[in-house]
Structures are given as C-alpha cells and as structure tokens.
Design a protein around this ligand. Sequence first.
Ligand code: G4P
Ligand code: NA
Ligand code: NA
Length: 194
Amino acid sequence: MEQLKNAIIERGSVVSDGVLKVDTFLNHQIDTNLMIHIGKEFANRFKESKITKILTIETSGIAPSFMAANDLDVPLVFARKKKSLTMNNDVFTSSVYSFTKQETTEIAVSKNFLQENDQVLIIDDFLANGQAALGLAAIVEQAGATVAGIGIVIEKSFQNGRSLLEEAGYRVESLARIESLKNGKVTFLADKTV
Ligand code: G4P
Ligand code: NA
Ligand code: NA
C-alpha cells in the first residue's frame, strides 16, 4: 500500500535493526486519514470472506481496524490486556508472550462478543513473532468461531510471525512488508500485491 509505505519512509524512524518507530502516525499520534485508507484496504482484501466481526487488541490495533469494520458493516471488538488474570468465567482468555518486551500478558474477550457462527477477521498494527495474532486466534477458536483471516498493517518479514500464522493455516494480508531495517534503512519486500 503506497500511502503507508510513504508514511513509513517519511515519518517513521529505524530505532535498531529490529525495531521501527511509527508513533508519528500509528502508535501515539494517529494520522486519521491514513487510518481510513488502511481500514478500507483491509475491507477490500477481505470483502469476499463473509466477515461477521473484526477482532483486534488494544491499544494500537483499534485505529486501523475502525474503518475496516465500518466498511464491512460489522462490529469491532478489541481484546483487553491484563497484567494478571482474575478468575472470570465470562471471558475467553489467552497468554501472549512478547519477545520484544520479554513479558507475558493475558488478553481477554467477553463471551458476549464472540459466537460460534462468527467469521472473524483479526487485525493488528505489527506482525513480529506472531504471538499477539496467535493469542487472538486462540480466543476465536475457544469461542468455536472461525478465523477468516489476519490483517496486519506493518509486517516485519525478517521475523517469524508470518510463517507461524501460515503454518497454522491462516490467510495473512499485510499492507506493508519490511524485508530489513539494517543500517537504519527500511527495505520493503518486493511484492506485487502490496
Ligand atoms: P508479536 O505479537 O508479533 O509476537 O510481537 P511482539 O511481542 O514482538 O510485540 C510486542 C509489542 O511491540 C506489540 O505492541 C507490537 O505491536 C509491538 N511491536 C513489535 N515490533 C515493533 C516494531 O518494530 N515497532 C513498533 N513500533 N512496535 C512493535 P503492544 O505491546 O501490543 O502495544 P500497543 O501499541 O498495542 O499498546
Ligand atoms: Na503496538
Ligand atoms: Na499491537
């Protein structure tokens, strides 16, 4: 997606060989016009998938998911993060380990908002090691619902997230795929569909 790639180049910064900072438009300050285009692109890529619900995770997944849900005319649900989980029978939960932060977070979604006939599109801002997306997929499966696909704003293709998700059988659509962040430079994967 050209507008997103331009934002990454012009307004992102490479923090290290592994980390891209995009708090100018995605993770802190939000470019709402860009988010609208991102949401519409997700909606377009999954328009044949009979999506009934979008599932994302707070905080940074919400903005790029908003317009996708609006365009597909389905509810947007976000998983909540908790430091420690108090026993609660009313929620589906999953543990997500972050290699970046080296900590485990419990994520939870109320049983009221996922039903077994749901066709769920999972959306997140970054795909690194895939643990957040796998945690969301585990919650969808606990509900007996179906993961119809996974939409990612920025994929770090040099990490193993995409292969883990594809091995698990999920369709992954990433709007920007980064091959490398080496030497302070963003290199995108050559990909005709992006
Ligand atoms: P994974 O889910 O793919 O395994 O990723 P990981 O544990 O490494 O990610 C932990 C957090 O760091 C997530 O945000 C993720 O979006 C973010 N992240 C991963 N790589 C990058 C990167 O290169 N740049 C930026 N800016 N963020 C990255 P989070 O903890 O869920 O925070 P929030 O922003 O949603 O509140
Ligand atoms: Na994030
Ligand atoms: Na995230």
